[in-house]
Design a protein. Sequence first.
Length: 96
Amino acid sequence: MEELIPINVLIGDRTYRIRIAPSDEEVVRKTLKLINDKILEFKTNFAGKDMQDYVAMVVLWYATQQKAADSQPLIDNQTGEQLTGIEKLLDRILLD
């Protein structure tokens, strides 16, 4: 089993510290770049109240792209639970 490494990730205007397998680092960083590029694109093209609006738009875009590219289930239960946890964390941080 690979030892997990801590990395700092930036999504929108927030930094998160996560632990990943070293073999996943390149994929994670490329995905983060794609997400942040899309956030910038949506900020440029659409009106939104705050960063959460743009993150939500990117999540919808990303999920739609994944579904269109592959007819298999979009997310498994574990990923769904993780996304729910992230959403609750974002809500708690943004509503404080």
